[in-house]
Ligand binder design. Structure first.
Ligand SMILES: O=C(O)CCC(=O)C(=O)O
Length: 266
């Protein structure tokens, strides 16, 4: 299968409508890919907290509508990164959107782990509550977003839900680029799954983004890695490698489901 990760540059200078149009053109330029992936909160910016409330949109809002048409026109699966989702009955959410090649919104994932500790996303957004996978004809996608990458228990839960390709849109800062690259490989090795981690580039709201989107196979081998600037990372791989890796090196069989309690000191 062929996947294209669009490492979009997000800058304060570019109006949101222009960035939407640019993202649309970039998705459409990936005709021939089976799966196209965009980063986290690419329209408004992952750190542009001040813009979130006014720019929040429903699941049939302008970004979703544009992306649905693009997916349909190129006949590809599209993980359209995430939007600031306006829920009429609740807070806003950081919500990922997955479209089928027919242009249907088949899955949404509200980011579970919100970044910022006592500020930023952690206070401005609601927390997702559900583990989400998306079935395609190639493989089952496991959905996670940016900061989620730091929480192995989420990826274990995705594994148990059948995920074979972990798709991780992000707005990960340059300051912690080494964590990003290391954790993407760690999640691939630990779940014996492909990891498709699509980051943003550029600087917005004073936060330089890392770039370095990466595709890792179930053995932990980096199949393709972007640089720091905007680029499209295209890679071909065989999703059946997940089953092969899990059969050839059956480490997951040795999981202790029910870790023994710590021994009591007498
Ligand atoms: O965990 C990190 O270092 C970055 C996470 C982040 O930027 C995010 O989740 O938006």
């Amino acid at each position: 299968m062929r996947a294209s990760l669009i490492q979009l540059s997000v800058s304060d200078a570019e109006p949101v409508a222009e960035r939407r149009a640019r993202a649309d053109a970039l998705v459409r330029a990936q005709r021939g890919a089976d799966l196209v992936v965009l980063p986290e909160l690419w329209a408004l910016g992952g750190f542009a907290y001040d813009a979130w409330s006014a720019g929040a949109e429903p699941l049939d809002g302008p970004t979703a509508e544009l992306m649905a048409r693009a997916a349909k026109d190129i006949g590809a699966w599209l993980h359209a990164g995430s939007i600031v989702e306006r829920d009429p009955d609740g807070p806003v959410y950081n919500t990922s959107l997955v479209f089928s090649p027919g242009g249907d919104l088949v899955q949404t994932y509200r980011k579970i782990h919100r970044f910022g500790f006592d500020s930023g996303e952690a206070v401005a957004m609601g927390a997702g509550q559900e583990i989400v996978t998306a079935g395609t004809e190639f493989a089952t996608l496991g959905l996670a977003t940016c900061y989620d990458l730091r929480f192995p228990e989420l990826f274990r839960a995705l594994l148990d839900a059948g995920a074979e390709l972990m798709v991780v849109p992000a707005a990960w800062p340059a300051r912690r680029r080494e964590h990003w690259s290391l954790l993407a490989r760690a999640r691939a090795v630990e779940e014996q799954a492909f990891v498709l981690a699509c980051n943003t580039a550029g600087t917005h709201a004073g936060v330089e983004q890392a770039g370095y989107s990466v595709v890792v196979d179930p053995w932990g081998t980096v199949l393709a890695e972007a640089g720091p600037d905007e680029e499209v990372l295209t890679v071909e791989f065989d999703p059946a490698e997940v089953a092969r890796a899990r059969a050839e090196f059956p480490v997951l069989r040795d999981r202790l489901l029910g870790i023994p309690a710590p021994a009591q000191r007498r």
